[in-house]
Design a protein around this ligand. Structure first.
Ligand code: HEC
Length: 150
């Protein structure tokens, strides 16, 4: 009898410890911006003098994107800074912005979760937003790099 219980109990115990460990691992990765896998929140994005188009983009961005991507695309706890090397035009061209906004994004770079599609946004509006983000990127020294992710 005792043997039988132990035979059942041990795998459950070991399984429980393993699941617990995995849970801790994953919830650690979702912490509020302090792990190396998190996109750094850029509190002080340099904001250049924006072109007229980029000013329109800023307005659209503030309504549709800033809740997650932050003021001046500097990031929040809900989404990454777009003023970040990884989003340079070589790795994420404007079409990636259109795709992200229209169809959403499955989490793959960070631990923020998925980006849902942005309701009611048009391709033209996203391209104007992209103009705004590009001018911010440029002012913050983010240059076009070839797409060389593994
Ligand atoms: C509800 C939160 C939320 C909103 C609103 C949001 N995003 Fe995102 N976005 C995210 C998250 C989270 C990611 C990161 C996904 C990942 O892990 O790579 C992301 C990623 C992206 C990416 C990178 C796509 C890729 O291919 O890796 C772009 C570009 C982007 N967002 C643009 C926008 C634009 C433009 C808007 C507004 C029109 C917007 N987002 C609104 C949460 C949001």
């Amino acid at each position: 009898m005792l043997k039988k219980i132990r035979g059942l109990f041990m795998p459950i115990l070991i399984g429980g410890v393993m699941i617990g460990g995995i849970f801790i691992l994953f919830s650690g990765g979702n912490g509020a911006g302090n792990g190396p896998s998190q996109s750094p929140s850029l509190a002080n994005v340099i904001v250049p003098e924006l072109s007229l188009l980029a000013q329109q983009g800023e307005e659209l961005f503030n309504v549709n994107c800033a809740a997650c991507h932050g003021d001046n695309a500097g990031g929040t706890d809900n989404g990454p800074a777009l003023v970040h090397d990884i989003y340079n035009p070589g790795h994420h061209p404007d079409q990636a912005f259109v795709r992200a906004a229209i169809t959403g994004v499955r989490a793959h770079h960070w631990g923020f979760g998925n980006m849902p599609p942005v309701e009611g946004i048009t391709q033209e509006e996203v391209l104007v937003i992209a103009r705004y983000v590009r001018e911010l990127q440029q002012a913050n020294g983010i240059a076009t790099l070839p797409h060389d992710m593994q």
